[in-house]
Design a protein around this ligand. Sequence first.
Ligand code: PLP
Length: 396
Amino acid sequence: MPQISSVLSSLNDTSDDGWGVYYKSLKMEDQGAKLTHLTIGEHDIKTRDSVLDAMMVSAKGGHTGYAVGPGTDELRTAIAKRCYDKTGKVTALEDVMVTIGGQGALFTAHKACLSPGETALYIEPYYPTYRGTLRATGANAVPVSTRSSNAFMPDPDQLRQIVKDTNARSLLINSPNNPTGAVYPLEMLQKISQICIDHDLWLISDEVYDSMVWDASHLSPSTLPGMAERTIVIGSFSKSHAMTGSRLGWLIGPPPVMEAANALNMVTTFGAPGYIQDAALFALSEGAHKEEEIAAPFKRRRDLCMGILEKQNVVKAIPSGGSMYLFLDIRATGLSGTDFAYKLLDNHHIAVMPGESFGASGAGHLRLALTVEESLLENALQKICDQATVLADANN
Ligand code: PLP
């Protein structure tokens, strides 16, 4: 038989891709177990009816043909306006391309910036698709580790050294962060930007959680001096508008990137479905307060969890400034995140993601997706703390 592409067979080259607990939890549910799911970043609410109605009106109105190109002018204009409203960066419709999800934007951005074999850096812990997405573009994907004790902020000196050692061409950052909830302050973004300028790097800034920033306003490195020409912003309707299944995202970048991205688009997706673009346009037209409504439960739940965690000292929470997640440090138990998560699933029917799923820097941690209503979440976190306390006592 002919061989499969070496690029694609390298995407999942580990025996456990970090999803083992999740797959086991699905199997248990199939067999009738009742579980509390704190695994994937899927809202507990659905896409709202008004948006679905707009989708239906558009489809029935005939917007079901090929929607070739970088997106409808109306939607690109509305995304550009949202970008301006959120960050103050003047953005034109030509700077925006609509993609198949934020995932499509991540792939397109890296494909546009890197030639095969060039090095693409990404910060660890990372959203689990990053490594495979970067590899799928043909890039040499290299993680940059961070430490729990430093709230998972990159260390600028270490980052600069890795850039030099690997002769990197791009850096992917994600703030607010999945899985840690870290939100990079201005000083951190300035330091990262300076490294990008000094070493002529592309900065790919994944901002899909930009509507979920709790204690400050969202900051985009694309607004910093000298960065507009080298930053590609990744956005998505998935999290801000509870439209995960509609698979609609965007990228915002300088003209050469848009040209390359358009060329790729013409030979891959051909563009996102027109009626879904119209639904997203309608969703934006309903205003920023609708995004705030969708985000609000996640802040409420973060605060609830912090209140529970304050009452004990075994499980530590990494300071979470945004996103849908809380990242817990369970190293006092002596168990890996994976072992702890399997125990939690078996003993208490609570499913969480082991920190190891997000790279080696996440070892000994758990990611909780705050995607269940408060009483269930409270109960689950209490059980996590109880299990951790028993294990930590036995460990001492
Ligand atoms: N980037 C991050 C950090 C994410 O967490 C996700 C999804 O969870 C994505 C990108 C992809 O989002 P989309 O559903 O728009 O493809």
